[in-house]
Ligand binder design. Structure first.
Ligand SMILES: Cc1cc2nc3c(=O)[nH]c(=O)nc-3n(C[C@H](O)[C@H](O)[C@H](O)COP(=O)(O)OP(=O)(O)OC[C@H]3O[C@@H](n4cnc5c(N)ncnc54)[C@H](O)[C@@H]3O)c2cc1C
Length: 105
């Protein structure tokens, strides 16, 4: 069996990328909100998403997860693109002091 043509492969990648971007763009389309929540988690980053996910494992618990940033992008789905998102719209531009035991490669 021969490999799919380059055109077919590129079309497949384009469709997958488009699908993922549409999923990202759909975030925030919710229009109905509760007036109260059991928990409010601020920041839908690594820790906030994990905590909100764990809290909602109990179906009777209501959780509001607030995120200040915009929707993710197909760029943020690709680890190899991490160098390109450090100074763009996905970066708050905060700096830290030197850490003795962090950022060591
Ligand atoms: C380019 C890059 C590559 C990395 N690669 C790796 C890796 O390969 N492996 C690894 O383990 N770690 C990696 N890290 C580190 C990892 O991403 C962070 O350590 C981790 O995401 C920190 O999680 P956090 O929940 O503390 O903060 P974040 O994930 O930064 O989440 C904080 C969230 O809070 C939101 N927020 C901030 N202020 C407010 C506000 N006032 N109201 C609402 N929301 C707010 C922010 O928009 C953000 O979404 C990488 C980091 C960078 C920058």
């Amino acid at each position: 069996m021969s490999a799919p043509s380059l055109t077919y492969q590129l079309l497949t990648v384009a469709v997958v990328v488009l699908q993922r971007q549409m999923i990202h763009n759909n975030v925030g389309s919710r229009t109905q909100w509760n007036t109260t929540y059991d928990y409010i988690v601020v920041g839908a980053g690594t820790a906030g998403s994990l905590i909100a996910g764990r809290l909602t494992e109990n179906a009777s618990t209501t959780v509001l997860l607030i995120e200040a940033g915009g929707p993710a992008s197909v760029i943020t789905d690709m680890p190899i693109e991490s160098w390109n998102i450090e100074t763009g719209e996905f970066d708050w531009g905060y700096y830290t002091v030197p850490q003795a035991n962090a950022g060591q490669f």
